[in-house]
Design a protein around this ligand. Structure first.
Ligand SMILES: Nc1nc2c(ncn2[C@@H]2O[C@H](COP(=O)(O)OP(=O)(O)OP(=O)(O)O)[C@@H](O)[C@H]2O)c(=O)[nH]1
Ligand SMILES: [Mg+2]
Length: 697
């Protein structure tokens, strides 16, 4: 297919709470633009952007996926993202590379927990936001109520640009307030419409809404304001031009409406995107660091500049191998080009360049700045990497993902599959930035860490389906950490005289705490060769190894500094090994003297419950060492925000279910590491001791 230039590309992320119709909307766009030959449905397992087997089974999106339509001379790149709490973090990459986001809100439920999260993500990446009130056809759909809920949550900058023509069963189309026309859609789901006058019954409502829009837009610019005061209105051209600027600058959040399922309003939203959403060259949100040092600089979507691309997603396809998906940030990437991956010091060939439409590959000869494309069989490149031309080597910072909240130990169902499982999980990590796999240094178990139990279950099911290995998921583990509260100096000497060659190393170190989140620092203050230069890295390495297991309960140690300030050596008997052993000894002794303590992850928990269950739910959160941080009303429900240690949340889902007769929902994310209260510490330390003893028997 032909290559589009940045001015004709719209990168649009579909984001929002689970089940609000993002995938259905993507499907309706594809159908309306005749990019597919049938209208795929989530309920029938045929929606193009929910193509994975588990997505089809569960009828929801698990990972983000891509599609595109060619519409009104533009290419709209659609980034369909998951909305459920366990999967929503996967939307971060797609949002990062988008130039606008459609935030989906159900016309029945209004703003929900993850609507807020999606909004925050878009805000964090400074992506202009357009709200879509979807499911206008459903029973109990209400545009006004949903709009009120949007404004309550996101403020008065959210302003309708469309009004619905009827609602619930009667929903038939939209009134476009900019053009002042009504579009009535065909009932056959084709997405076509006939244009006409705004119906007389809506004239007053539409005039009022338009006046509100015009006023908001006029406020953006003094000249427009004057004009508006004099003439009492703006021309459609003035309104359009100012609206475009308002959206790009986050000064207006247009509110649109649709029914994805019945394909009503979708064509209008596509027109809206082409006309009003920022094109791929409108903003320069890509700052890069030059390879080899130098000032950070902006990389605009300039087609004539040297090529650069940012990898925001990887798919591990068991049959086809790795698919690497990127946004071309600058220049052109022709098929077969060779680009450099500076982080991996590798050069990669872009053989067989294509665009993705669900699982289908649409071949292309070239992708220009602003476009999104994919390539198979790159050797080294992973999500978060930069690819660039050797004429201008640079690196874009990777997208940050939340620290996985919960770790589960997994084991193969059949013995001997350990290596297979590890290899399969590694592939899963390639495609899922919210997943980490590690080995528990104490129990040697394989640990899978993700956003919650549902996430890890999905991963296990994928591993089984794709790679044919089954695993058991054990009780979740809380990723405790150890740190210190005091400071100490110790002198450690490792000396062994056995027959011939002896071993000798002598070090003096200082250990002191660092602020939370600082990690580990090693400082070398050796002067005059008390410890020879070539052995100092061995001391540091020994310390790093020691960090894997603290002295309290063998959890990783964080937030401390070790300074090596003196020592001694023997011209024959000293070796790297001897210094490493001395480091281990010194570390252990110092940590014991430094008032070691345990840290635990504390989660930010948001619970949505019916009014009448408030008391019980609050009481229960208190008993879980929870600190309530706020409450707010949302329709007939209450939202409770609290900070609760993860250790107390492992069984929460079932408790909440029974406390609220299944009506309560919650989400949680990692907030911070905090010190474990003394009593609880004792228990954990005791358990670790027993585990160690059991291991040694
Ligand atoms: N009545 C009605 N149902 C809709 C509409 N849009 C989506 N649905 C239904 O709502 C359910 C969820 O739709 P999806 O398109 O999967 O929603 P989603 O936002 O992609 O959900 P996640 O990917 O899980 O976040 C499905 O059963 C759809 O058929 C709509 O406009 N009207
Ligand atoms: Mg979806």
């Amino acid at each position: 297919m032909k290559a589009y230039g940045p001015q004709d590309i719209r990168n649009v992320a579909l984001i929002g709470h689970g089940g609000t119709g993002k995938t259905s909307f993507a499907s309706a766009m594809l159908h309306t633009a005749k990019a597919v030959n049938r209208f795929g449905k989530v309920e029938e397992g045929t929606a193009p952007t929910d193509y994975e087997e588990d997505e089809i089974q569960r009828k929801l999106s698990i990972a983000s996926s891509l599609a595109f339509v060619e519409w009104e001379k533009a290419k709209i790149n659609i980034l369909d993202t998951p909305g459920y709490g366990s999967f929503i973090a996967d939307s971060r990459g797609p949002i990062r590379v988008s130039d606008s986001a459609l935030i989906f809100v159900s016309a029945v439920s209004g703003v929900e927990v993850m609507t807020g999260k999606a909004w925050e993500y878009a805000e964090e990446f400074k992506v202009p936001r357009i709200l879509v009130i979807n499911k206008m056809d459903r029973e109990n759909a209400s545009f006004d109520r949903s709009l009120a809920s949007v404004r309550e949550n996101f403020g008065r900058l959210a302003v309708p640009v469309f009004l619905p023509l009827g609602q619930e069963k009667e929903f038939a189309g939209v009134v476009d307030l900019v053009k002042g026309r009504a579009h009535r859609y065909a009932q056959d789901e084709s997405g076509s419409y006939t244009e006409g006058e705004v119906p007389a019954s809506m004239a007053e409502e539409a005039a009022k809404a338009r006046a509100e829009l015009v006023e908001m837009v006029a406020e953006l610019d003094e000249k427009l304001m004057e004009k508006y005061f004099e003439a009492g209105d703006l021309t459609p051209e003035e309104l359009s031009a100012a609206l475009k600027i308002g959206i790009a600058q986050d000064k207006i959040f247009p509110v649109l409406c649709a029914s994805a399922l019945r394909n009503i309003g979708v064509a209008d939203i596509m027109n809206f995107l082409v006309e009003f959403a920022p094109p791929a060259n409108a903003r320069s949100s890509f700052r890069a660091t030059p390879v080899g040092g130098g000032e950070e600089f902006d990389v605009p979507a300039d087609v004539d500049a040297p090529a650069s691309a940012f990898v925001f997603k990887t798919i591990s396809d068991p049959a086809q191998g790795r698919i690497t998906i990127f946004r071309v940030v600058s220049g052109r990437v022709p098929a077969d080009a060779t680009l450099i991956n500076p982080s991996k010091d590798a050069s990669e060939r872009m053989a067989g360049l294509f665009h993705l439409r669900g699982k289908d590959h649409v071949k292309c000869e070239e992708a220009q700045a602003g476009d999104i494309a994919a390539v198979m069989k790159l050797k080294e490149t992973v999500t978060g990497n930069t690819l660039c031309a050797k004429e201008r080597m640079l690196v874009f910072p990777p997208v940050k993902y939340p620290i996985p909240a919960i770790s589960f130990a997994v084991e193969p169902k059949s013995r001997g599959d350990e290596d297979k499982i590890m290899a399969a999980l590694q592939r899963m990590v390639d495609e899922d930035p919210n997943l980490t796999v590690s080995r528990d240094p104490q129990t040697h178990e394989t640990l899978v860490s993700g956003s919650g139990s549902q996430h890890v279950e999905v991963v296990a099911a994928r591993v089984q389906r794709r790679y044919g290995v089954e695993m058991n998921i054990k009780q979740p583990k809380v990723p405790y950490r150890e740190t210190i509260k005091g400071r100490a100096e110790v002198h450690a000497r490792h000396k062994k005289q056995t027959g011939g060659h002896g071993q000798f190393a002598d070090i003096q170190i200082k250990m002191e705490p660092l602020p939370r989140g600082a990690g580990f620092e090693f400082k070398d203050e050796i002067f005059g060769g008390a410890v020879p230069r070539n052995f100092i890295p061995a001391v540091e390495k020994g310390m790093l190894e020691s960090l894997d297991r603290g002295v309290l309960a063998r959890y990783p140690v964080v937030d401390l500094r070790i300074t090596l300030f003196d020592g001694g050596f023997h011209p024959v008997d000293s070796s790297e090994m001897a210094f490493k052993i001395a480091a281990h000894m010194g570390f252990k002794e110092a940590m014991e003297k430094c008032r070691p303590t345990l840290l635990e992850p504390v989660m930010l928990v948001e619970v949505v419950v019916p009014e009448e269950n408030m008391g019980d739910v609050m009481g229960d959160l208190n008993s879980r060492r929870g600190r309530i941080q706020g409450m707010s009303q949302k329709g007939a429900n209450q939202i409770i925000k609290a900070q609760v240690p993860l250790a107390e949340m492992l069984t929460y889902a079932s408790t909440l279910k029974s406390l609220t007769a299944g009506r309560g929902t919650f989400s949680m994310e990692f907030a911070a590491y905090e010190e474990v209260p003394a009593q609880t510490q004792q228990k954990i330390v005791e358990e670790a001791k027993q585990a160690k003893e059991a291991e040694q028997e």
